[in-house]
Each structure stands twice: as C-alpha cells, then as structure tokens.
Ligand binder design. Structure first.
Ligand SMILES: Cc1cc2nc3c(=O)[nH]c(=O)nc-3n(C[C@H](O)[C@H](O)[C@H](O)COP(=O)(O)OP(=O)(O)OC[C@H]3O[C@@H](n4cnc5c(N)ncnc54)[C@H](O)[C@@H]3O)c2cc1C
Length: 693
C-alpha cells in the first residue's frame, strides 16, 4: 500500500471537487488519490435538458475525468462494497472478479440512481434523465417521433406522435419540458406535415406550484411563460400509471408517444450494502461529514444526509451543495492529516437558476430576483463559468451563440437500440403489436391475457381471432420470416409481458432446446394452411353461437381440499374424464384430469394429499362472450380436446365446458368434410405468421 491512500467512490460534482482539492495539496506528498467512477467522465447534469433539446451537443455536457483531474488515479471499475471495519473496498475487476483495495480514508460520493418503479408501468414506458446516455436515447426518440409524425397519414396517430409528457415539476422536469417544447415547435417548419396545433407538451406535477425551491412570483412567472410558449400544465395531478399509450391520472388519461420521468430516485447499491446508519436512503454523517461512528470514512453529495450549520437543515440533493461538500470534505481530510480539528459543513445558498425554454429563465441570486431573457442570459453565463475546463467553456459558449442565430440540429443518429430483455406493463386496450409493423421483438406473457386482432376489408375495425394467456408467447413467426406483423396484439386484461429483442431471441432460440421445440410446435400449430383457415370455414365459425356448444360442467364440482383418496373414488364412480375444482362452488380454481390423478398416484403422494397440490391451477379457459373463432383458436393453441367455459376472464364463474370434437362436427355439417380433417381447428394465423398464400 502507498504511504497514504485516499479512495473516492463516485466522480460526480461532489467526488470531483473533493479529488481536485486533495490533489492540489497532496499530489507532491506521496499520497495516492484514487477516484472510482463507473463512467470515465463527469456528467454536467444541469445541462442534460439542453442536450435533449439539441441546443447543446451531447459531448458538451460531459468532461473526461482524466483530463479534469491531473494527479488523480481515475478508475472505471464499479465499487461493490466498502468494508468500514477493515478499511478496504471491493470492486469488480476487468475480468469480472472481485478485488480489494485498502485505504486510509474513503469518501462516498456515489449520488443516487433513477428509480422509475415509483409508478406502475413507468420503468417500461418512460424515459429517465440522469445520464448522458439517457439524454442521447431521449433526443433520438423525440426526433424519431417527429419523423414518424411527418409520414403518418392518420391525424389522431400523428397527434399522438407529437404529444410529449414530462412528469415532475422540479428543476429537471421544467427544464426538460421547456427544451422539448422549444425543439419540437421551432423545428416544425422543417416538416411539411407537422402543424403547431398538433404538438402537445404536457408537464405534470403533483403539487399546486412548479419549482417549490423558488419564490411564488418567480414560480408564477415560469408557469405563465411556459403556458404561453405552448406547454400544458397539469398541476395537483399525480400520475397513477404509465402505459404504452400515455399516463393515467386520478380522473384523466394523458395520451402521448413520449413520457419523460424526472421523479423518483433510489439509493445507490454500494450505499445500500453499507453497514452505516441511513435516513431515507441517505448516509447519516457527523457535522464534519464523517460517517457516524467512523474516523476515516466520509460521505458527500446526494448519497449523504449532511446537516448544514447555516440553517441546521439537511442539505438538499443539488449540484451546488454536492460541490461545496466535496470541497469542504477535502479540507477536513487535510485537517485530519495535519492533526488539526475538523469544521462542520456550512454553506449559504448562492442562488437558484432555472431555464424554462424560449430564451427565458427564472433566477434568484444574492437576494435579487430575475426573470425572462436576462435571467436566461445569466443562467447560461453562470453555467458556462461553472463548467470545469476552459476548452469545454469555449465549446459550449460557441454552441449557444450558434443557436442564437441558426436552427437546432435535427439529425437523429440511430444507434439501433441494444437488444434487451425487458418487462413491459400494459393496461386493457393497449396495443403491444400493430398490424403491418416490422418485427423487432418476441413476447412472452407473464400475467394477464392478450387478444390477437386482425383488420380485414370485411372487418376494418379488426376481428378478435384468438386470446392468449399467461405462459403463451407470440411474435415468433414474423421474426423468423422477417415479414411485417399480420395482426395486432392488444392487452385484454392488465398484462405483464417479457419482451425479447431480435438478437437475444435468435441466439436463445437457437441454443436453448426446450424453447426451440416450443417454437417449432407453435409454428406448426399456427401455420396458415389448415382446413379451418379456409374462408368458408372461417365464415361458418363466425356464424356459430358459442352457447350452442356449451355443456354442463361434469358433476360433482370438487373442493381444493378434497384428498387424493376422495378424488380416486370420484373418478371410479363417474365416467367424466375430468372434474372442475372450485372453493366456493362458483369460481373456477382448477381442473383435475384422469392423467393428473394417475401422475399423483405414480408419485406416491400420501392418500390425504389435498387436490390443490396436484390439480392444474389456472387452466386455459374459454369465456362465454368469446366468438367461436376465438374458441377454435384456443383449442388449436392448447391442443386440448375440451376446455372449461367461464362467464368472463376476470370473475371465472363456471358456465360449463366445450368439446373440440363438437365444433369440428358442426363445421363438417356446414361446409362438408375437408380433406385434412385430422387437423385441429385453426381459424387464422397468429400475429407474425406469414400471410396465408
Ligand atoms: C436532469 C438533471 C438536472 C439537474 N439540474 C440541477 C440544477 O440545475 N442545479 C443543481 O444544483 N442540481 C441539479 N441537479 C442535481 C445534481 O445533478 C445532483 O445533485 C448532483 O449531481 C449530485 O452530485 P453527486 O456528486 O452527489 O453525485 P452524482 O453527480 O450523481 O455522481 C455520482 C457518480 O458516482 C458514480 N457511482 C455510483 N456508484 C458507483 C460505484 N459503486 N462505483 C463507481 N462509481 C459509482 C456514478 O456513476 C456517478 O458518476 C440535476 C440533476 C439532474 C439529473
């Protein structure tokens, strides 16, 4: 170990300032200063909204740590944990293996991380804005929405592409809404099909005023100015859920193709794992910023709860405070090294600045209040001089001056989104796939149900062809054949879906034998070449009434508490090949077939084993309101000879059951025996299947 080593975890405003001050005093004294940051740059987060709105280039909002911190050893490994008792950290080496490094002092400056899980569906459908990567993805998305709107001939859909929703009325939400509004409205003139009245930018905030940190007059000014520029304010409105179509409020639904979430943050994992007292996920410190009960461990910035000696309040999680804490923490470490007493953290806020778009800002500085263009000019000037290097200042100043004269850059770099496996949440009626779209993903239903809907000249509004439930998948055929989707898929109930990108799907389906087999089975089942895919057969199915095929449920209904012995006796005394299971005598809780019974007996289960342990829970069902087209598709999809019928998918009250054989017999009566009678009913190919020839 070097004579003395100081380790800083996190290269944000706090960590960088701390490293700079330490390096200035110690680098010639043989003290090793090591800064760990996952990225090799500092993100200047107050400018992220400008990067989203194309008024700054993405590279202008980051500064490389190596060039910023001469004399500091910068490392990009992620620190996994800090052992305060042993004075060492564990980090992930280049080979993924854990490694340790001992320290004399450690400074935790790892900020916090976005947490979109604060609202159901938000993590699946909204964009966060925390890293420069987030800003790049959001900017590309906004520009691609404008490109789609330009070529879209459906006015409602075009308005949806041009509707942008920003959740959160704090600094980052207000700046982001202002920048998106400026970008989209000022660029509309370059698109022949985008009209100003088709554009909506909505800012949703849970309180009655934006920007709680500044004075009421300035808040009011910001609101009025933004509304005038075209931003719709929804105040006192709490977002309850986010879907692929927009966000749900208590009594309203705001539609939009872009949702930006600026609320919600959570503790960084390394802090979570730390054995040190915390309040609301922030590390509690002494007045001098040392962790409670520790001599050589310090915490600063957003990850720390530091009491400010000026007002005796916890310091807010802002860049301004993080930087001051970083400076003073370094000074306190220097004092400890010299054997002097440390000082409590004390900082008087210099002012607040917030850009609201349209070359306007609100500012409170040194007791003065400023709004409008001069506030915006001051805002830009202050941030320009806050940028840590002269080269960045010149670059950013040049970009800003350029945009005062020339329009924003609308080039949209497609980084072809990395293939990922994600979880998506859909509300009833949300579209997961739209007919005609190019195939990009494969979907597995985790919970809930979806319906396959195809629009045809006879049914332009779309006909429900099939219903798929938990455990089913869709989207494979279009991916494998690289054909546009032949049908839409819509959530029928609230649905949780696993979405797999094309490359992940291809590599897994090629290497994982069970998935390969399941896919082959689905492709054969769903291939559009069966007798029942013929127009006459499909027309006949449309005419049939499902009620004519429903038979009473086999008697008796079994309770889930019935024992293996009881069930064996009941099968012996009755001819039915299966029985339905219900706890209350109404709702379908499960099924038991002769095969299930034989399996249970072969497994040597004790005779008193309750039925709920060996029945089929949550079986595939047909709803009484389904069409015969859907029922035939369900028989084909599940390969069953009979299926239970319930009143609807939510309540699952038992109505009876239906046999595939009866349906086939009726079809034969109506259209005559097909030459491929051995095939199971199959009305239409599912989405993604190549079109029938
Ligand atoms: C969009 C946006 C706009 C904002 N606008 C303003 C504003 O106008 N004014 C203002 O004062 N504040 C603003 N803020 C808040 C400000 O950015 C934060 O308060 C500030 O960045 C906190 O600094 P920090 O040093 O604590 O952490 P951060 O700046 O978050 O840096 C933490 C760093 O630690 C790294 N890290 C975390 N864990 C590990 C690990 N285990 N190993 C290695 N590295 C790790 C992270 O990668 C990150 O680089 C804004 C924030 C955002 C997101």
């Amino acid at each position: 170990m070097a004579t003395h080593r100081i380790v800083i975890v996190g290269g944000g405003f706090g960590g960088v300032k701390c490293a700079q001050v330490l390096a200035k005093s110690l680098r010639r004294n043989g003290v090793e200063i090591v800064l760990f940051n996952k990225e090799n740059h500092l993100v200047f987060s107050p400018l992220l909204a400008d990067a989203v709105g194309s008024s700054l280039s993405l590279l202008d909002v980051i500064v490389p740590l190596r060039q910023l911190l001469p004399g500091v050893i910068c490392r990009t490994e992620e620190v996994r944990s800090v052992d305060l008792a042993a004075s060492s950290i564990e980090y992930e080496g280049f080979d993924g293996q854990p490694r340790r490094l001992e320290y004399n002092h450690v400074v935790l400056a790892c900020g916090n991380i976005s947490n979109l899980n604060v609202v159901p569906g938000m993590s699946d459908h909204a964009f966060p804005l925390k890293t420069v990567g987030d800003a790049a993805v959001l900017r590309t998305h906004i520009l691609s929405m404008m490109e789609k709107a330009e070529v879209c001939d459906d006015p409602a859909k075009r308005r949806w592409f041009l509707s942008f929703i920003v959740v959160g009325g704090g600094y980052s939400g207000v700046e982001t809404a202002g920048e998106i509004n400026d970008l989209v409205r000022s660029s509309a003139r370059f698109y022949s099909n985008i009209r100003n009245e088709d554009i909506t930018v909505t800012l949703i905030h849970s309180r009655d005023q934006l920007l709680p940190e500044i004075s009421p007059q300035l808040r009011e000014f910001a609101r009025e100015k933004m509304e005038k520029a075209g931003v719709t304010m929804k105040l006192n409105a709490r977002v309850q859920l986010a879907t692929g179509e927009g966000v749900g409020l208590k009594d309203d639904f705001v539609h939009g193709g872009t949702i930006v979430c600026t609320i919600g943050s959570t503790t960084a994992p390394v802090v979570k794992r730390l054995d040190s007292p915390q309040e609301k996920g922030r590390l509690l410190t002494n007045a001098d910023m040392r962790l409670r009960g520790r001599d050589n461990a310090w915490a600063i910035g957003d990850c720390a709860n530091i009491i400010n000696a000026v007002d005796h309040q916890p310091s807010p999680p802002t860049g301004q405070f993080a930087e001051r804490e970083g400076r003073q923490c370094a000074e306190n470490i220097l004092r400890v090294l010299r054997g002097e007493p440390t000082r409590p953290f004390a900082f008087k806020v210099l002012g607040q600045l917030c850009s609201i778009g349209g070359h306007s800002a609100v500012a409170e500085m040194f007791g003065f209040r400023l709004s409008g263009f001069w506030a915006w000019f001051t805002w830009r000037g202050v941030y320009l001089f806050k940028l840590p290097t002269w080269s960045r200042r010149v670059q950013v100043g040049f970009d800003w001056a350029w945009l005062l004269v020339f329009p924003r850059d609308l080039s949209c770099i497609k980084t072809d989104t990395t293939d990922r496996v994600t979880h998506a949440h859909y509300e009833p009626g949300d579209y997961i796939i739209r007919q005609g779209e190019p195939p990009t993903s494969f979907f597995v239903i985790e919970q809930g149900e979806v319906e396959i809907v195809r629009a045809t000249p006879e049914h332009p509004e779309g006909e429900v062809l099939a219903v798929l439930g938990a455990g089913n998948f869709f989207g494979e055929a279009a991916l494998l054949s690289n054909q546009p989707r032949t049908a839409s898929v819509r959530a029928r109930t609230t649905a949780e879906i696993v979405v797999m990108g094309r490359h992940v799907f291809t590599s897994i389906s090629e290497s994982l034998a069970p998935l390969k087999q399941a896919l082959m089975g689905a492709i054969t089942r769903r291939a559009p070449n069966s007798a029942l895919d013929r127009p006459r057969v499909r027309a006949a199915l449309r005419e049939f009434k499902l009620a004519d095929f429903i038979e009473p449920a086999p008697s008796p209904l079994l309770a889930p508490t019935a024992t293996l012995l009881d069930v064996t006796r009941i099968f012996g005394e009755n001819e039915a090949p299966f029985f339905m299971v219900s706890a209350d005598g109404k709702r379908l809780d499960g099924l038991v077939t002769l095969t299930d019974l034989l399996h249970a007996q072969a497994s040597n289960l004790p005779p008193e084993t309750p039925l709920k342990d060996f029945m089929v829970g949550n079986p595939a069902i047909i709803a009484a309101s389904d069409s015969c087209v859907v029922a035939a598709s369900a028989f084909r999809e599940h390969g069953h000879k009979w299926m239970p019928v319930v009143d609807d998918r939510e309540h699952r009250q038992i109505v009876g059951f239906m046999r595939a054989r009866k349906l086939i017999a009726r079809i034969m009566q109506v259209v005559g025996p097909p030459n491929t009678l051995t095939q199971a009913p199959m009305p239409d190919p599912p989405p993604g299947a190549p079109p029938a020839s």
